[in-house]
Ligand binder design. Structure first.
Ligand SMILES: *Cc1c(COP(=O)(O)O)cnc(C)c1O
Length: 223
């Protein structure tokens, strides 16, 4: 595992135009607390999970150890509104905001916890039916309302590329996400969108080349 992490860190230096801005999210959905402890001990503090109940259970276990306070939890999966309350006290970032109603719920729960929660807007660039995420028209429709919410901070964008061997197809998706970020920054956000969460085990090098700042990697770390 340490070798895998080291390889990924080398790839960040090699493939990113701005390696100092890139953070690795260790996606721990496949593994248990033991492997997670090893990752945190290896210096990776951001852990990503895609199921609320699992995240909550794992956090409770870590909170009983010395490592509990070192971990920063990121939520990366499809988040149901009625589950936001279980993570809103401590979640550092939600990568997968794809509906106004969800943004409103996170805002409401953040306010109750006296916090501002960092979020990313998830965009379905390739228009795949099977994937979550905003279509662009929907996003532009919801943005004025999202911008009114005071207890969420929109930090950037997230996408998942199609599973494909076609490098140029995948690259095009990542490039498009960067262009959308630039458009939104000049039209709405005044440069406040900093993050591009893109790239998984199979495609993170391409994502890095296209400007990823958060790469979400699971199997490549734990295999
Ligand atoms: C599982 C998952 C990942 C990590 O996938 P790997 O291919 O194992 O690196 C990244 N992002 C999301 C949203 C995921 O659900």
């Amino acid at each position: 595992m340490r070798n895998n992490i080291q390889k990924i860190e080398e790839d960040i230096k090699k493939h990113s135009p701005h390696p100092e801005k890139v953070r690795l999210v260790a996606v721990t959905k496949y593994v248990g607390v033991e492997e997670m402890t090893e990752v945190v001990s290896a210096g990776i503090s951001i852990l990503g999970e895609n199921r609320v109940q699992v995240l909550k259970d794992k956090k409770e276990k870590f909170d009983q150890t010395d490592l509990g306070s070192e971990i920063r939890w990121h939520f990366i999966g499809n988040l149901q509104k009625n589950k936001v309350k279980y993570i809103s006290d401590y979640i550092e970032m939600v990568h997968s905001v794809n509906k106004l109603s969800l943004a409103r719920e996170i805002d409401k729960r953040a306010e109750a916890s006296e916090r501002v929660i960092d979020i990313l807007l998830e965009i379905n660039i390739a228009g795949e039916e099977s994937k979550e995420g905003y279509q662009l028209e929907e996003l532009y429709r919801d943005l004025p309302e999202i911008l009114k919410l005071k207890n969420i901070r929109v930090n950037g964008l997230m996408t998942m590329a199609p599973f494909s061997d076609d490098v140029e197809l995948v690259r095009g998706v990542f490039k498009r996400l960067r262009e959308i970020k630039d458009e939104l920054n000049s039209e709405y956000f005044n440069g406040e969108l900093k993050e591009l969460s893109m790239g998984m085990s199979g495609d993170y090098k391409i994502a890095l080349e296209e400007g990823a700042t958060l790469i979400r990697i699971g199997s490549k770390i734990f295999s």
